[in-house]
Design a binder for this molecule. Sequence first.
Ligand code: HEM
Length: 479
Amino acid sequence: MTRDPENAKAALAPTSNDFDVSEHRTASWSPLVGHGIFTSRGKEWRHSRALVRPQFATDQINDLDMLERHVKQLFAAIDRHAHPDLGRLGWTERFDLQPLFYNLTLDVMTEMLYGYSVHSQNPSERVDLPILPGHEAPDRENIGMHMDAGKLWIETRGALWKYRWLLPDWRFKQHCAAVHKYGNYFVHLRLKLGDKYLDGLQQQGEQLNRDRFVLLHELAKETQDPEELRSQTLNVLHAGRDTTAALLGWVFYFLARHPQVYRQLRDEVLDRFGPYKADGKAQLDFRKVRDSFPHMQAVMNEVLRVAPVVPLNERVALKDTTLPRGGGPDGSRPIYIPKGTQILIPTYSMANRADLWGDDADEFRPERWLGDDAVKPGFEFVPFGGGARQCLGQHLARLKATYVIIRMLQRYESIENADENPDAPPRFHHTIENRSGSGCKVMLYDPTWFPTPHGSEMASPASGFTGRDNEGQGLIRRK
Ligand code: HEM
């Protein structure tokens, strides 16, 4: 294990052919998501990267219209937590934002990958899927659960390591089968419909413009191998969904604990993008969002530093080699690394070293990224990895997170930390993505809620929801 940036650089850097990801990654994750860009090594990985990477270079991938539709569903889901008490009009009750972000990213990712969203935030939005002879319709209701349960099993097995054989795997196999079945359906539908896949989407009622980016559709122009198509899309689903959701959860976790940062950031958002309007698309285009202001990037970097959502990276030595630090009497000389040694790089620990970041390394302080004295880190800050296998979705993840944060800030005037134990230190949940162990319990204030003339009813014009006090029972009804 090393938390020395020089060692991290040597193990991850593009010039190094001495290291690759270990067989553990391939062996652990392939049963669930297949052999693809995230799980493969060596030649197989180079092939995957060459296939998938160009897809991330196109502007079409930055589909803010699609994102806005899902942000609307997020707002609708938040509205369902509207406080039933008229004395608290405009406020939500205490609720956990984190699961709603997981729904949002599952919905966005499935739409980006396959064209059809699972609509976990609002299942009534689901359209009927075409009948495909020989293939049952995929289980959109439970795909998120199968992915989560499969990942949990893999992580538990990793933690048990020597005793991993004790863990029965029949349930894991069921989750893997369900995940494969999900991917298979869309792959075979695409192979059957060919170029007409996107037209089929439109006929089924999914929103579509002709430039719409659907990863499966694009990859199928390069390969017709059904297993490869399934694996590559599931690899990207695995890499992109929980990570982005965890990042969003952590952003609001820290903003709720730092109301002055929330206020400043909100003022800047209103200055640059104006107040909340239901038609977000008209207000924001992707270049404006991408080139967003330094304060937003500072907040996101600081969140990724204090709570990097991938807290641990790893490599294995492919031959007898060295790392630049760790040898000699004071550890400042190169150290011998025999072939087969696994190198663990704890991103979390590296980004919290007081000798590199200062005595306030444990504090959430976005200002450290701003102004003339701004930190300019090297490999001590690698939340998206570094070198040849650097995250392909980094720009997309930042863009999407920025967009969602902007829309949330436009809409909610205030945020309150509603954790049962508000002063407790962050509680990390160390899975592959680092989500808060206590969730993101907040109360939000939306100034656009107002009482209707009938007194006991409330309405939010922003999302088309009305709520009824219903004699204190807190029922919220949709119009
Ligand atoms: C906050 C969000 C995200 C974080 C922190 C993150 C982090 C990472 C990290 C640390 C790696 C490198 C793993 C290694 O060194 O072996 C990685 C790889 C990858 N990420 Fe991300 N990621 C995020 C979002 C996304 C998104 C949204 C996508 C796609 C839509 C994505 C796609 C990928 C892919 C395909 C790889 C594998 C690259 C390769 O091995 O060649 N990621 N990510």
